[in-house]
Design a protein around this ligand. Structure first.
Ligand code: BV8
Ligand code: ZN
Length: 254
């Protein structure tokens, strides 16, 4: 594993920071074995988003869309949070406020122990009836010839934000607020192309907050970020945690 060296300016920011935001995307879960969306091996390279991740696709063929989410749910159930998720959760012990704003639907931040998690695109473990809105969260649906139905007869859909749908207002407005009010925002493992989620790091930047990007490759955000750290989040984040521990130790000794 590569040893990352962090810039002096970044270390100074870390020393005085009290409020941290982690804005995450599919890349942080890649090392858990969950495929990303874009890029060579990405989901959208093999399938068309509008044929699977839209309300019209669901109404046209509920079983196809339901089975696709069931397939992804099965992958999520077989995976575990990785050192990147765990490092973020542990960093809560070293700052006054740590908030995770995630585009991921895989629930891995919560499983790793992060306490404040805003889910901008929903959660694959949750479902609801499109007619009466009754909730069907954390239920293992049995496979059947049709997609599951509510007791009212309505179709049950995954609680995922599909293309063309509004993001959950409470999660998005809380994310905007925390991004505008943080000391450092980390943008991790996201191509930062899906809006309005991709406004979150830009809101931090526009409010003159320190923005650090961790990714394998450059994105549209890179030239606006204060730091770009090239690497796997599962390698970089545990080293960041180690650095923070050392800085806090030095503080105690001085
Ligand atoms: C809406 C389905 C309003 C769920 C998803 C403004 C400008 C342009 C377009 C728009 C705009 N505003 C709205 C739009 C339209 C659209 C949009 O943004 N389109 C883009 C793509 C052009 N947005 C919407 O439709 C949104 N709704 O705007 O509503 C409205 C509504 C009604 C009427 C009027 C207005 C809704 C967006 C919902 C998105 N849902 N998918 C599912 O099945 O999961 S998006 C999909 O992309 C995922 O959900 C994911 O959360 C999201 C973001 O992707 P990333 O997480 O960034 O993943 P990606 O694969 O792209 O990148 C991975 C990155 O990780 C890479 O950079 C890679 O290098 C890196 N990486 C890989 N491994 C590692 C790593 N980095 C570090 N370590 C590693 N190990
Ligand atoms: Zn119902």
């Amino acid at each position: 594993m590569q040893n990352y060296s962090f810039s002096g300016k970044f270390i100074d920011k870390l020393k005085s920071a009290r409020k941290i935001v982690f804005f995450t995307g599919a890349g942080i879960s890649a090392e858990s074995g969950i495929p990303t969306f874009r890029g060579t091996n990405g989901i959208w390279n093999k399938m068309k988003p509008e044929e699977l991740a839209s309300f019209s696709a669901f109404i046209k063929n509920p079983k196809l869309v339901w089975d696709w989410y069931q397939y992804r749910r099965d992958i999520v159930h077989k995976t575990q949070p990785n050192p990147g998720h765990f490092a973020i959760a542990e960093l809560e012990n070293y700052f006054n406020q740590v908030t995770v704003v995630t585009q991921n639907v895989d629930n891995l931040h919560r499983r790793a122990g992060s306490k404040t998690v805003y889910e901008l695109h929903g959660n694959i473990e949750k479902n609801y009836c499109i007619d009466c809105r009754k909730r069907y969260d954390f239920i293992n649906f049995q496979d059947s010839p049709s997609s599951p139905k509510c007791e009212c007869g309505g179709l049950i859909r995954p609680d995922i934000v599909w293309f063309g749908e509004m993001l959950p207002d409470d999660q998005y407005s809380a994310s905007e607020k925390t991004a505008a009010d943080c000391d450092i925002l980390f943008s991790i493992g996201t191509s930062a192309v899906v809006f309005p989620a991709a406004y979150i790091p830009l809101i931090a930047k526009n409010n003159r907050k320190y923005v650090v990007e961790i990714n394998l490759e450059h994105t549209d955000l890179s030239y606006k970020a204060d730091e770009f750290i090239s690497g796997k989040s599962g390698d970089v984040l545990p080293q960041l945690l180690q650095l923070v521990k050392e800085l806090k130790n030095q503080n105690v000794q001085n």
